[in-house]
Design a protein around this ligand. Structure first.
Ligand SMILES: Cc1cc2nc3c(=O)[nH]c(=O)nc-3n(C[C@H](O)[C@H](O)[C@H](O)COP(=O)(O)O)c2cc1C
Length: 147
């Protein structure tokens, strides 16, 4: 079984969250590749059974431009068999909190076996660790149902 986390981060909040989720996955004995978006290869998407996407939000809850290629790869390829999750960090000061997570969620729900979503306010805090654990539990139990 192969798992990957594809993520983007400018100021480090989402990459911290990606690392926490990667660690939680390894505690379940699941080796998870951490892929920064600039290393993403669309043709390799098929290689994975579980993919989680991590993104911050920008410009009125929008997707960061660098995540568009990832978004389109899921839309354009046959990926119904992949179990997915989406997580992100945002700032509730903005009217559309973590809007990019919602945008990915709606697309992944249509094109993949979407299991779970997670929104975190800015830098992950102690209380978010448990939420990350739940995120992984949910992802893996959904994967177990389809595999
Ligand atoms: C210009 C600008 C626009 C932003 N717009 C939003 C937004 O619409 N919704 C939101 O939840 N957060 C918004 N944010 C907050 C970032 O998503 C948040 O700081 C995030 O944790 C950054 O992630 P990173 O540290 O991984 O780069 C915005 C931040 C900036 C600087």
């Amino acid at each position: 079984m192969k798992a990957a986390i594809i993520y983007t981060s400018v100021t480090g909040n989402t990459s911290t969250l990606a690392e926490i989720i990667g660690e939680k996955m390894s505690k379940h004995n699941i080796e998870t590749e951490l892929i920064p978006v600039d290393e993403f290869q669309p043709e390799r998407l098929h290689d994975y059974d579980i993919v989680t996407v991590g993104t911050y939000s920008w410009d009125n809850g929008d997707l960061p431009i660098e995540m568009e290629e990832v978004f389109e790869a899921f839309e354009d390829q046959e990926v119904k068999h992949i179990t997915t999750g989406v997580f992100g960090t945002g700032d509730s000061f903005y009217p559309y909190y973590c809007g990019a997570v919602d945008i990915f969620r709606d697309m992944l729900y249509v094109h993949t076996n979407l299991a779970v979503t997670l929104k975190v306010e800015l830098t992950p805090q102690e209380e978010d660790l448990h939420r990350c654990e739940k995120f992984c539990d949910r992802l893996l139990s959904e994967f177990a149902v389809v595999s």
